[in-house]
Write a protein that binds this ligand. Structure first.
Ligand SMILES: NC(=O)c1ccc[n+]([C@@H]2O[C@H](COP(=O)([O-])OP(=O)(O)OC[C@H]3O[C@@H](n4cnc5c(N)ncnc54)[C@H](OP(=O)(O)O)[C@@H]3O)[C@@H](O)[C@H]2O)c1
Length: 299
């Protein structure tokens, strides 16, 4: 295990799909990985006490309410889980830290952008999160609010790291954007895939490497960690399943149609600036697929 820095690194959401890979690759004696009970970010007093007691010098905040569908049922409700965890939780942490003593990293999402024709992606690091909640999913809006809180309170002393459809080779608790469809395909119940939606993906191993660099060098600002190209769900998932199964597989596809309002259609992230600043080259979607296969994909 490579020790990323002399920091005491608090990782929230370390049991989740993305955070668990970061701690698998880079976690060490200097990492604090409390459960969501020990460090419930919606509990302001608990957060204050924990930080005062443990004195981390860096925080990577993966903790979030991530069920996009359920979040939609909470739209405009600022007392329910999604808003409380994604917005008030971030506020609670920020209220309890001294930014001079500590580097704060907020994990964010492409869903802070609308993906609408009027302002299409792929979005770059300078693009600001959408302000109008009607143009976003409720989940996306809460993550956008969190970005604004981080930026207005900490500015360049903090980092915002946006990711999109994060994927990894193995993780039992939750299937990702590639392994989910693979499992459905094997069960004979894969839905038609959108052939007209622009997306990119994040290889979680590459994100982990980028985070290690950001924490070790206390790099502030907005970063995008994603494939170097964009694709469509149909193209991407067809290639992935064909490669995993070792033969050309024809899948069904469809246009987004009515679902266009629900998912960003002209979305995707772009990461040129992040790659330059961090000195890391991010893989293309094809290269990510090959690396996943090399590691042994499991569903
Ligand atoms: N997955 C995606 O497609 C995607 C895409 C873009 C960005 N992101 C962002 O990436 C980050 C990680 O996502 P993920 O997919 O790894 O999420 P996940 O698998 O759903 O895990 C969420 C993590 O947050 C923790 N958590 C939830 N409520 C909490 C609370 N009140 N206090 C402390 N911890 C709490 C959970 O702990 P318990 O398990 O104990 O509840 C879990 O460890 C999130 O910030 C998400 O917004 C994800």
């Amino acid at each position: 295990m490579v020790k990323i820095s002399d920091d005491t690194v608090l990782v929230t959401g370390a049991s989740g799909m993305v955070g668990s890979r970061f701690v698998e690759l880079y976690g060490g004696d200097n990492f604090l990985m409390p459960s969501s009970r020990e460090f419930d970010i919606t509990d302001k007093e608990k957060v204050r006490r924990f930080l005062k007691d443990k004195k981390p010098t860096a925080i990577v905040n993966f903790a979030a309410y991530t069920n996009v569908g359920n979040a939609e049922e909470q739209r405009n409700d600022r007392t329910s889980g999604c808003y409380r965890i994604n917005v008030l939780g971030v506020e609670n942490i920020i209220d309890s830290i001294d930014p001079e003593m500590m580097h704060f990293v907020q994990i964010s999402t492409d869903m802070v952008f609308s993906g609408r024709m009027e302002k299409p992606g792929p979005y770059n690091e300078s693009d600001l999160a959408e302000k109008e909640s009607v143009k976003l999913t409720w989940y996306g809006f809460t993550k956008a609010e969190a970005e604004r809180i981080v930026l207005s309170n900490l500015g360049k002393r903090a980092s915002i790291v946006r990711i999109i459809y994060p994927v990894r080779a193995k993780y039992k608790n939750k299937l990702d954007y590639l392994r989910g469809p693979l499992k459905k395909y094997r069960e004979g119940r894969l839905y038609p895939l959108f052939s007209d939606q622009q997306i990119s993906i994040t290889f979680i191993d590459e994100l982990s490497n980028a985070l290690a660099n950001i924490v070790a060098n206390r790099r502030g600002g907005v970063f995008h960690v994603c494939s170097s190209d964009t694709t469509t769900p149909y193209e991407l998932i067809s290639k992935f399943i064909s490669r995993v199964e070792g033969r050309k597989i024809e899948l069904d596809y469809s246009p987004m149609g009515e679902l266009e309002g629900r998912y960003p259609r002209y979305g995707g992230l772009e990461s040129k600036k992040t790659q330059e600043v961090l000195g890391i080259r991010f893989r293309s979607t094809d290269e990510i697929i090959e690396e996943l296969i090399l590691q042994g994909v499991s569903v």
